[in-house]
Write a protein that binds this ligand. Sequence first.
Ligand code: F6P
Length: 323
Amino acid sequence: IKNIAVFTSGGDAPGMNAGIRAVVRACVYYKKNIFGVYRGYEGMIDNDIVKLDARSVSNIIQRGGTILKSARSEEFKTKEGRKKAYENLKSRDIDALIAIGGNGTFTGLHYFGQEYDIPTICLPGTIDNDLPGMDYTIGYDTATNTAVEAIDKIRDTALSHNRLFFIEVMGRHSGYIALNSGIAGGAVAIMMPEDSMTVDELLVKLDAGAEKNKKSSLVVVAEGGQEGTVWEIAEQVKKKAPYYDTKVTILGHLQRGGAPSYFDRVLAGRLGVGAVEALLDGKRDVMIGIKDNKLVFIDFEQIDNKRHEVDPEAVKLAKILAI
Ligand code: F6P
């Protein structure tokens, strides 16, 4: 392997820049040429590719987003799109790929690597923490801290007005951000795909709290896996329990931005260097991760359509703490 290309794809996540920096600097360290592809698979198809060096990634370790930009590409799902992408890589003699992204990114990379026999490795970059086989994805820690900061602020106003707040956090199919921001933010209940709760069950909890003189409450709701939107859930509560002054806040994309936490920067650094070393060692078609503080390499079959289960202990903890 002489010429490696790095790119970010799918939803951006804080720490992706630290990951790009680590990949670039490891390539320089091991005397390999390194290229950056803009806008993920879209840029590969459009030949939006530049040569990078150690200085191209100065002053980005602390920045959210991704300097290489990101996209979700429909064209790459077509044979013609992938052919164009391969020809653009070939014209620069690029002979290995490192992607930073989530499930969709790894899926594209897996099939592309098989179709064109090019070595690939994927770094887990997504705030959702929904990839099995590893402890944390890049961006999850920062996003959860951002959610906790927002929940704390909502708590101030909830308390001042004796209000019930529903706070929706991100997580397309995963309750990780909801569960841990809910625990850290002191939520009375957490609604998430892994531990479903009906509105009636929620009301039993809320009423029990009110009886014990609880004046305000925060309910954290994961965006994915609910029966209905957070607005619909709040509407049902308003109908069934009009005595609560009910409000809704959707945190949305603010969870995707901001400076990465120390944790995400170190994680991205370890995974970026680990990915380059693994490629040079002959590994291919794997997602690199960290489990129990050790680097691990996860095959596509272990990730494809599989879930990263939340810890049942943490689900129980949330319930005990919310009494
Ligand atoms: O996968 C990360 C994520 O932020 C999910 O939590 C969310 O459902 C989705 O991306 C939003 O995607 P987009 O930014 O394309 O609307």
